[in-house]
Ligand binder design. Structure first.
Ligand code: HEM
Length: 251
C-alpha cells in the first residue's frame, strides 16, 4: 500500500507513484511522464494549433506549411526520434500503467478518480487514432513530403467520409483532453504547482487550454470539409493529379 497525497490517489495495486531510489521502474515512470510533455505534447501543440490551423487560411497556406515541415533537415530522423519513438514509448508504457493500475471509484474518491479513468481512456482512444492517422496520412496514398500541394486534398478526401470525420473529431477531443489534463498531472507530480488553490487555478487554465485546442482543431477539420465541397472536388483533383504522376513514375 502506498500512502496518499492530495495529488496522488491511494493505490492498493498497480504502478507506484514517482519515488526516488526505486530502480528502473522509477526511471521509466519519470520518462513516461516527461515524454508526455516533451516531445509528444510539444508536437501535439504544434500539430493542432500551428500546422493544421493554417488550413483555415486555405489550401495554399496549408501546402506551404507542409512543405516547410517536409523540408526540415534530416526530417526522417526528426520524425523517428522526435515523434514516433517517443509516442510509441509513452503510449505502450501508458497501456502497461493502465493494465497494472486500479481505477476503483472507492479507492479514488472525488473527481480525481474520474479524471484518472478518463486519462486512461482518452490515452487509449488517442493511441488508435494516432496509429490510423499516421498510417493513412504518412504511409499510404500520395507522399505529401514529395507533393505538399496535394496535402489539403488528401486530408479533405479523408474527412469527407462521415464516419472518418467523426473518428477525427473523437480522436482530436480525446488527445486534447489527455494532453490538457496531462499538463496538470505533470505539474502536480513534479512539484511544479503545489498547494490546493494554485492547483485548482491550474486546472481551470488546463480546461481552457483543452477548449482552445478542441475548437481550433474542429475549425480546421470543418475547413477541410467545407472548402473541399465548395471547390466541388478541386481537392480531389489535386490528389488524383499526384496519384496519376505517381503511377506514371511507377511505370
Ligand atoms: C496524443 C498524444 C499524447 C500526449 C500528448 C500525452 C501526454 C500526456 C501527459 C502530459 C501526461 C501527464 C504526465 C504525467 O502523468 O506526469 C500523460 C499521462 C498519461 N498518459 Fe499520455 N499522452 C499521449 C498519448 C497517450 C497514449 C496513446 C496512452 C496510452 C494509453 C497514454 C497513457 C497515459 C497514461 C496512463 C497517463 C497517466 C500516467 C499516470 O497517471 O501516472 N498517453 N500523457
Amino acid at each position: 500500500m502506498v500512502s496518499a497525497s492530495p495529488t496522488a490517489p491511494v493505490l492498493a495495486h498497480g504502478v507506484a507513484p514517482l519515488r526516488a531510489g526505486q530502480g528502473i521502474s522509477f526511471f521509466l515512470r519519470r520518462l513516461h511522464s516527461l515524454t508526455g510533455i516533451i516531445p509528444v505534447g510539444a508536437f501535439l501543440f504544434e500539430h493542432i494549433l500551428i500546422s493544421n490551423a493554417t488550413a483555415i487560411s486555405g489550401p495554399a497556406a496549408y501546402a506551404r506549411q507542409v512543405s516547410f515541415l517536409a523540408n526540415l533537415p534530416l526530417v526522417f530522423f526528426l520524425e523517428l526520434f522526435g515523434i514516433w519513438l517517443p509516442i510509441a514509448y509513452h503510449g505502450l508504457y501508458g497501456f502497461y500503467i493502465w493494465y497494472r493500475g486500479d481505477a476503483n471509484t472507492v479507492a479514488y474518491p472525488w473527481t480525481g478518480n474520474w479524471m484518472y479513468t478518463l486519462q486512461r481512456w482518452t490515452g487509449g482512444i488517442a493511441f488508435f487514432y494516432i496509429v490510423w492517422h499516421t498510417w493513412s496520412m504518412r504511409f499510404t496514398g500520395v507522399d505529401l513530403h514529395d507533393h505538399p500541394m496535394a496535402s489539403f486534398g488528401k486530408v479533405a478526401a479523408e474527412v469527407s467520409h462521415p464516419l472518418l470525420f467523426a473518428f477525427y473529431v473523437v480522436g482530436l477531443i480525446a488527445a486534447s483532453w489527455h494532453f490538457a489534463y496531462g499538463i496538470w498531472l505533470f505539474c502536480a507530480k513534479w512539484g511544479i504547482v503545489s498547494g490546493s488553490i494554485a492547483q485548482r487555478r491550474l486546472l481551470g487554465l488546463c480546461l481552457a487550454f483543452f477548449l482552445i485546442m478542441s475548437a481550433v482543431g474542429i475549425a480546421s477539420l470543418y475547413t477541410f470539409r467545407t472548402r473541399f465541397q465548395d471547390a466541388s472536388g478541386a481537392g480531389s483533383t489535386v490528389v488524383q493529379m499526384h496519384a496519376t504522376s505517381d503511377e506514371r513514375r511507377a511505370q
